[in-house]
Design a protein around this ligand. Structure first.
Ligand code: ADP
Length: 711
C-alpha cells in the first residue's frame, strides 16, 4: 500500500514543481499555460490519489476517488491541447478543442454522481476500489484511450515531417507521453475487476522526468534556468518545512537563517544563470543567422553555377527555336522542376502564346492529355486573367496551387487532369522583362509547395527570367540580322540582274547609233523608243527601291484628297492601250454606275493600280484583262482580273511579302517589291488588298478594297 501512496506523493511533487516553474517562466504564452494546466491536473490527480489510498472509510475514499478522476479526466484533454500548440496545429483543430472542453465540463458536472463513479468496494488488497458508471466508460474509451492515441499519432506524423532538433524534442515528448500514459493506464484494470495492480503509477512520474530531459537537452522551455529554479525552490521548501517542524527555537533560528541565506543566494544564482542563458541565446541566434546565411549562400552558389552553366549553353546556340527549347529544358532539368514553359507576347502585343515546353516526363504526359497541339492555345491578353496573363500584365511573379488557372484557353477540367496525373503542386509565372518591356513569362511547374520555395530560389528564378530576357533579345536581334543579311543579298541581286538588263539594252542601242549601224530617222526613232522604254523600266525599279526605303524608315509621305475611282482607273487604263494592243490582249474596264469617291493620294493609288494592271499584262501570255469597280457597303472593291498563268497556293500566301516572286519569273523584269509596296499603300488608305486564283494556269484576280469617302 505504501508504494502507491509514495508514488502518488512523488508524482504530485514532481509534476507540481515542474508546472509551477514553467508557468512562472512565462505566464502569457499559451504553451506554458497549457503545460501548467496539464501538470496541475497530474498533481491534482496524484494528491487525490494519495488521499484516497490513505482513506479509512468508504465515504472518504469515494470523495477522493471522485476528485482524482476529475484530474484524470482533464489530463488527456490538456495534453492534447498542449501538443497541438507545440506542433502549431491549434487553428486546424479549433472546433475539436472546444467540443472536447465542453465534453470535459459536462462529465465534470456529473463527476459526483453515480453515472461517473458508482461506488467503492474492496478489491484484492485495496479496501475501497471504485466501480465505474456509464460516463466513466465513455471517458475511458474516448478520452483516455481515443484522444491519447490520436495525440500520439499526430506526434508521430510531426516527427516524420520534421528534422533536426525539433525531431529530437518530439521523440522525447513521444516517449515521455507513451510511458506516462501507459503507466497511468495500469489503474484501469481493477476498475473492471481484472487483477492487475496499478504498479505503473510510478511511471507517471517518468513523464515529467522525460520531459525535463527533453527540455534540458533540446531547450523546450529553456532548461538551465528551469532546473536552477527547480532545485532552488526545492531547497527553499525543504528548509521552510524544516523551520516549521523544528523542535527547538535554536533549531528553528538556524533553519530560518539558512532559509534566508538560501533565498538570497538562490535569487543571485537564478539571476546569474538567466544572464548566462540570455547571452548564450544571443550567441545562438548569431550562430543560427550565420549558418542560415551560409546555407543561403551555398544554395545561391549552387543555383548560380547551374544558371551560368546553362546560359552559356543557350547563348552558344543562336537559332531562336533551339534557344528557347534549351531554356525550358535547362530550367526544368537543372533546377529539378516537373516542367517549364515559355510563353511569349506576340509582336503586336495583343496575344500570348506558348512558345516552348520542356522535354520532361511531366510535359509529355501533359501534351498527351491536351486535345490540340500546344501552339494553338494562344489567348488575347486583354480578354483573360489567367495566371500567365496576370504575370505579364502586372509584371510581377504570380503563384497558384491550382494548375487550371495557368491558361484560360485550355479547358479547366483538362488542366486539372494534367495536375492530378503529374502531381503538380505549384505553378509559378515569372515575367520576362528586357529593356523595360515584358516579352513573356517563364512558367515553372513543380511538385513543391509554396512554402518549400525559398527566397533564394525565387531570386534565382527572377535572375534567370532577366537572363532569358537578354537571351531572347539577342536571339531576335540575330534573327533580325539574318533577315537583314538576306535582304542585302536580295538587293544586290536586283541591282546585279534587274537593273543590269535595261542598261545593257541602253548600251547596246547606243553603240549601234555610235557605230552608224542605225541609219535613217525612222530607224533612229525606233531605237530611241526602245532606249526610253528601258529607261522607264529602270526608273520603275529605282522608284520601287526608293519606296521600299521610305516604307522601312516609316517616311512614306501621303497627300490625301478627294478622288474619283472611275476617272482614275480610266486614265490609267488608257495609258496601257498601246502595250495591250501590242501584246494582243483584250481589255475591258467596267466603271461604277455612279461617282465612286474615296479619300486618297492620287500618285500612290495610281501606282497601286498601275502595278496591278502591269502585273496582269506581264503574267498573261494571251487572253483578257478586266478592271471592274464594285460597291461593297462602306467600301469600293476594285477588281483586276486576268486569264493569265494564275498563282500557285504556295505563292499566294507570301505574295505580298518583300522580294516575293514566282519561281519562273527570272525572265520577266521585276523586283518582287511591287505587291509589297501596293499593300503598304492600300493599308495606309485604311484598305485591304488580296489575291485570288484557282491555281497555275487558271488566271488571277487582285482585289483592292478602299473605304468610301464619307460625305
Ligand atoms: P514583280 O512583278 O516585280 O516580280 P510583284 O510584287 O509585283 O513583283 O509580284 C510578285 C509576284 O507575284 C510576281 O513575281 C508573280 O510571281 C506574282 N504575280 C503578281 N501578279 C500576278 C498575276 N496577275 N498573275 C500571276 N502572278 C502574278
Amino acid at each position: 500500500m505504501n508504494f502507491f501512496i509514495y508514488s502518488a506523493i512523488f508524482n504530485a511533487f514532481i509534476a507540481g514543481l515542474l508546472g509551477l516553474v514553467i508557468i512562472l517562466k512565462n505566464r502569457k504564452e499559451l504553451i506554458n499555460r497549457l503545460f501548467f494546466a496539464l501538470s496541475a491536473s497530474v498533481t491534482f490527480w496524484s494528491i487525490s490519489y494519495w488521499q484516497w489510498m490513505s482513506s479509512n472509510n468508504e465515504a472518504q475514499a469515494l470523495f477522493w476517488v471522485r476528485l482524482l478522476s476529475i484530474g484524470s479526466l482533464f489530463i488527456p484533454i490538456f495534453f492534447f491541447h498542449w501538443i497541438l500548440t507545440f506542433i502549431g496545429q491549434n487553428q486546424k483543430h479549433k472546433v475539436f478543442i472546444r467540443i472536447l472542453y465542453a465534453i470535459g465540463i459536462i462529465i465534470l458536472l456529473f463527476s459526483f454522481s453515480n453515472l461517473f463513479i458508482k461506488d467503492v468496494s474492496p478489491k484484492y488488497i485495496f479496501p475501497f476500489w471504485p466501480n465505474p458508471g456509464i460516463l466513466y466508460n465513455i471517458y475511458l474509451a474516448f478520452i483516455y484511450f481515443g484522444l491519447t492515441i490520436y495525440t500520439i499519432a499526430l506526434l508521430i506524423k510531426e516527427y516524420r515531417n520534421k528534422g533536426g532538433v525539433e525531431k529530437q524534442s518530439i521523440k522525447y515528448i513521444f516517449f515521455a507521453s507513451a510511458i506516462g500514459f501507459s503507466g497511468g493506464a495500469t489503474n484501469f484494470f481493477l476498475w473492471y475487476n481484472i487483477p492487475i495492480f496499478p504498479y505503473g503509477n510510478i511511471l507517471v512520474s517518468l513523464y515529467p522526468i522525460a520531459l525535463s530531459i527533453a527540455i534540458f537537452r533540446y531547450q523546450l522551455f529553456d532548461i538551465k534556468v528551469v532546473t536552477t529554479e527547480l532545485l532552488t525552490f526545492l531547497v527553499w521548501i525543504l528548509l521552510f518545512i524544516r523551520t516549521l517542524i523544528a523542535n527547538t527555537l535554536q533549531e528553528r533560528i538556524i533553519n530560518g537563517g539558512l532559509l534566508l541565506l538560501m533565498v538570497i543566494t538562490g535569487v543571485f544564482l537564478i539571476r546569474s544563470v538567466m544572464r548566462e542563458v540570455s547571452q548564450r541565446e544571443k550567441l545562438q541566434i548569431l550562430t543560427e543567422t550565420l549558418s542560415d546565411t551560409n546555407l543561403k549562400l551555398s544554395t545561391r552558389t549552387k543555383y548560380l553555377a547551374a544558371l551560368q552553366d546553362f546560359t552559356t549553353s543557350i547563348i552558344e546556340s543562336l537559332d531562336f527555336k533551339n534557344t528557347i527549347q534549351s531554356i525550358v529544358n535547362g530550367v526544368s532539368n537543372r533546377f529539378g522542376y516537373l516542367g517549364a514553359l515559355l510563353i511569349l507576347v506576340s509582336k503586336d502585343g495583343e496575344k500570348i502564346y506558348p512558345a516552348a515546353i520542356s522535354q520532361s516526363a511531366a510535359s509529355s504526359v501533359a501534351l498527351r492529355i491536351l486535345p490540340k497541339p500546344l501552339e494553338e492555345y494562344f489567348e488575347f491578353i486583354g480578354q483573360t486573367s489567367s495566371l500567365t496573363a496576370e504575370a505579364i500584365k502586372r509584371g510581377e511573379i504570380q503563384f497558384s496551387g491550382d494548375f487550371s488557372e495557368i491558361f484560360s484557353s485550355v479547358p479547366k477540367d483538362i488542366l486539372s487532369r494534367i495536375q492530378k496525373t503529374t502531381g503538380i503542386r505549384l505553378t509559378i509565372a515569372i515575367p520576362i522583362k528586357s529593356k523595360g518591356k515584358i516579352l513573356g513569362a517563364l512558367e515553372v511547374i513543380t511538385a513543391k509547395t509554396k512554402t518549400d520555395i525559398s527566397q533564394e530560389e525565387l531570386d534565382v528564378l527572377k535572375t534567370l527570367a532577366n537572363q532569358i530576357g537578354i537571351v531572347l533579345d539577342n536571339a531576335s536581334l540575330f534573327e533580325e540580322t539574318k533577315k537583314l543579311s538576306s535582304y542585302k543579298t536580295e538587293l544586290l541581286s536586283i541591282v546585279a540582274h534587274q537593273l543590269k538588263n535595261p542598261l545593257v539594252v541602253v548600251k547596246g542601242y547606243s553603240s549601234l547609233v555610235e557605230d552608224n549601224t542605225i541609219q535613217g530617222v525612222d530607224a533612229m526613232k525606233e531605237v530611241f523608243k526602245k532606249v526610253k522604254s528601258a529607261a522607264d523600266k529602270l526608273i520603275t525599279l529605282l522608284n520601287n527601291l526608293l519606296d521600299l526605303h521610305h516604307i522601312e524608315d516609316g517616311k512614306m509621305h501621303y497627300e490625301f484628297q478627294k478622288l474619283e475611282l472611275n476617272k482614275l482607273l480610266k486614265d490609267i487604263s488608257d495609258n496601257f492601250q498601246l502595250i495591250l494592243s501590242q501584246r494582243k490582249l483584250q481589255f475591258a474596264f467596267e466603271p461604277f454606275a455612279k461617282d465612286a469617291n474615296v479619300n486618297g493620294d492620287i500618285y500612290k493609288l495610281s501606282q497601286v493600280f498601275q502595278n496591278l494592271i502591269d502585273n496582269a499584262i506581264k503574267y498573261t501570255e494571251s487572253g483578257w484583262i478586266k478592271v471592274k469597280i464594285i460597291d461593297d457597303k462602306k467600301s469600293y472593291l476594285v477588281e483586276i482580273s486576268d486569264s493569265g498563268r494564275g498563282i500557285s497556293q504556295d505563292l499566294i500566301t507570301k505574295l505580298f511579302q518583300k522580294f516575293s516572286r514566282g519561281v519562273e519569273e527570272k525572265q520577266i523584269l521585276g523586283t518582287g517589291l511591287g505587291l509589297y509596296i501596293s499593300k503598304e499603300i492600300v493599308e495606309a488608305h485604311r484598305g485591304k488588298v488580296w489575291a485570288e486564283s484557282e491555281g497555275d494556269g487558271k488566271g488571277s484576280k487582285f482585289i483592292v478594297k478602299i473605304p468610301k469617302l464619307e460625305e
